[in-house]
Write a protein that binds this ligand. Sequence first.
Ligand SMILES: *Cc1c(COP(=O)(O)O)cnc(C)c1O
Length: 372
Amino acid sequence: MQIPAQLNPTERILMGPGPSMVPARILQALGSPTLGHLDPQYIGYMDETCAMLREVFQTKNLLTFPVSGTGMAGMETIASNLIEHGDEAIVCINGVFGLRMRDMIERCGATVHAVEIPWGESFTDAQIATAVAAHPQSKLLTIVHAETSTGALQSLPGISKIVHDAGMLFVVDAVTSLAGHELKVDEWKIDAIFSGTQKCLSCPPGLSPVSFSPAALEAMSARKTKVQSWYLDVSMLRNYYTGSGGRAYHHTAPVNMIYALREALRIVLEEGLEARIERHRIKHLELRAGLEALGLTYIPQNSLHSLNCVRVPEGIDEAAVRRKLLADYSIEIGAGLGVFAGKAWRIGLMGHTATTRNIQTLLAALKDCLAT
Ligand SMILES: *Cc1c(COP(=O)(O)O)cnc(C)c1O
């Protein structure tokens, strides 16, 4: 065969729903010499990575580690380890990721009680209280903190109390909120949570940080059956990540991705978690003012800072605008998903992407694309 040309990817301004832009320091870390995954030097790096993940999740949970795989692997880890055949679960659905959670939990053999509200809206405590009262046998309730398909932010503390008062576990999808929005795993009593590296952590895609509370661990030890997924079985993975019972080989850790995540977390802590979250808020307001000045309107009432979902104006070919942004300005924004397909754009301001330079470049480019 003719060997393909050397890789030469363009440096895009990544303002879609993820991946976000990756700082050079992280790409350099990714390119460091590969170590064996049982090498004590590597284990040291990995332990530091898990310790920094606890800081960023704001938790003392020992079982906090990066699952090998993207955000969906984190979702599957939580579903498959906490759910057994015959369980009942409440799944809150207001976008794509709630739908996926329902599918996963059903595949694990549970009866799902779905609580659905229109896409773009966030749940009220009263809606959750009603659902919990209607299905008191449920083992857990799942909800999306930052629904990337609609741009809606979900408030969690009130819901957590309702769920715990009913004796259920509280499960949260924090893929687009970790390190971009306020998120306090211990204070908000979240029992199982998962995230991803390529959103507000600004690391390449490939890992899914997860954390399990002591109550979630108890639920896992009380299982009567083995976890159906071998690869994602936490009872085997925890030996490797927490050192309990020695660092046994389970699967080869994605060593260089751990380097990248370690560097990403160092950058988060150097900036300061609070300062980073505040930067996401300020930059969101800057983008929002500019988009509204162009006549665009937001879909969600309670918008995420990390993901801005706006309506496509009447008479505009939304795909043509995205094509022009990419071709002429090297800027990527996201299309609408699900019920918003063809009707919305999703503009990410995640991590390293959330800068005035990127915002003002996009606004100028978008103005040009909307005029033609
Ligand atoms: C991106 C995302 C996921 C899935 O993550 P992948 O890395 O694409 O597997 C899950 N939930 C939410 C809210 C997301 O934004």
